[in-house]
Structure formats: structure tokens, C-alpha cells
Design a protein. Structure first.
Length: 229
């Protein structure tokens, strides 16, 4: 089955390398593919972590348009948010309310835009949302507090880390925020533990050795389904 949105194409589900979508800001095409076992593993794992029900409605957008294939494979609808609506907090929230969206993946900045917008009744407008997933940008810990103050208990806030080559890497629930916040000096929210069948290391790029806790390094990820890229 081939599903096309904008300039990105998805081939579903075949035992062949799956071309992944790329940000439209990058020069196309780039040689990047995800082998089928990894795609199948990550898709089924997401179903287990965030199960669908009879009310599931997924909202998607140009930044994460590859998310559109998961719900239809389970018989659930997907609504594509127009670009101009996505960038307007008031219309964005109204769109989610009108289509009764229960989950979506979006950036931290777009989330902050709606949290900072005055007089938006978010508990009402986002009342159908079950899972709100942040991806593509680092998430400030202050954002989780804003979410807790303005949206909870109607929706869970999740920080979601992925890469082009490995797909899903980790998830961390940020709502409600922990009572103790002095365990880390970082201004950014946790991305969680690596998912099953996947390892993640923080290495010194010069020595390729694991750095001590709290020391900056580069992220290295390994899994059976790692693609070339």
C-alpha cells in the first residue's frame, strides 16, 4: 500500500527497506531507509505503550507526517492539521477540539505557543487529548510545569526521543512533574530509558568512551533494526 502526503511517500507494510520522510527544509533525496524488522518492532511496541481504543483519533502535521500510518493500520482515523492552523494557537486548539483528537506528536515550541497564548481554555479545548507527545526539540522542564498548571488532568504530556536511523528510542511521561527537581542541574526534561532491544550510550567523541554522569558527550544508539543513513 502506498500513501502519499505532500512530498513524502510511505510504503506499507512490505519486507523491504522503508523510505522514511525527511524534513522539507533538507535537500532531497537523502539515502536513508529503515529495514522492515525495525519498523514492525517499533510500530507494535508503540501500540503496547499507547494503546488505541474505540475513541482514538490521531492528529498529525507536516513536522511529523510519518505518524499518519500507525492509526489507519489499526482502523482509526487521522486528521492532518493545515500549516496555517498549526501556527495559530487559537485555531490549532479549535481544530483539535472539533475533530476530537486523542493524541498527536508536536514540537515543544508549538506546545509552548499554545500554553503562552492568553485566555485559551485549554482544559476544555484539549479535553479529548489522551497523549500529547513532544518530539524534534529539547523540552525545557518549565514546559512540563506549564502543562500541569494549564492542562492537567485532561491529557498526559510525554517527551519522545527518536532518530531517523533508529526510529523510536525512548519515552518519558512529564505529567505530573516530579515533586523533587533538585536531582539534576539540567534545564531540560528527561527523555526516559531506552526501549527494549535498544541501547543508548553517551560517549566522548574523541576517546569513544562512556562519559561520567553529568558530562556532555555524543549520543550513540544501537539496535537490531538500525538503518544506514
Amino acid at each position: 500500500m502506498c500513501v502519499s502526503f505532500f512530498s513524502d511517500t510511505f510504503l506499507l507494510p512490505l519486507p523491504l527497506p522503508l523510505p522514511l520522510p525527511l524534513p522539507l527544509s533538507l535537500p532531497l533525496p537523502l539515502p536513508l531507509s529503515s529495514i522492515f524488522p525495525n519498523l514492525l518492532s517499533q510500530t507494535t511496541l508503540r501500540y503496547d505503550l499507547f494503546p488505541y481504543d474505540e475513541n482514538t483519533v490521531v492528529a498529525s502535521n507536516i513536522f511529523f507526517v510519518w505518524e499518519v500510518y500507525r492509526a489507519p493500520l489499526q482502523g482509526h482515523p487521522v486528521h492532518i492539521i493545515p500549516d496555517d492552523v498549526l501556527l495559530d494557537p487559537k485555531r490549532f486548539c479549535q481544530f483539535l477540539y472539533d475533530c476530537k483528537a486523542t493524541e498527536m506528536v508536536v514540537t515543544a515550541q508549538l506546545t509552548k505557543n499554545i500554553l503562552d497564548y492568553p485566555n485559551l481554555k485549554l482544559k476544555s479545548k484539549l479535553q479529548h487529548i489522551k497523549y500529547w507527545m513532544l518530539c524534534g526539540e529539547v523540552c525545557p522542564r518549565s514546559l512540563a510545569k506549564q502543562w500541569s498548571d494549564r492542562v492537567l488532568p485532561s491529557a498526559e504530556l510525554w517527551n519522545y526521543y527518536s532518530t531517523w536511523e533508529s526510529l523510536d528510542v525512548s519515552f518519558s511521561c512529564l505529567s505530573p512533574p516530579p515533586k523533587r527537581t533538585d536531582y539534576s542541574a539540567s534545564r531540560y526534561a528527561c527523555v526516559g530509558q531506552p526501549l527494549p532491544n535498544l541501547v543508548m550510550y553517551i560517549l566522548d567523541p574523541k576517546t569513544m568512551k562512556i562519559v561520567p554522569q553529568g558530562i556532555q558527550g555524543q549520543v550513540y544508539i544501537g539496535s537490531r533494526g538500525m538503518s544506514d543513513g
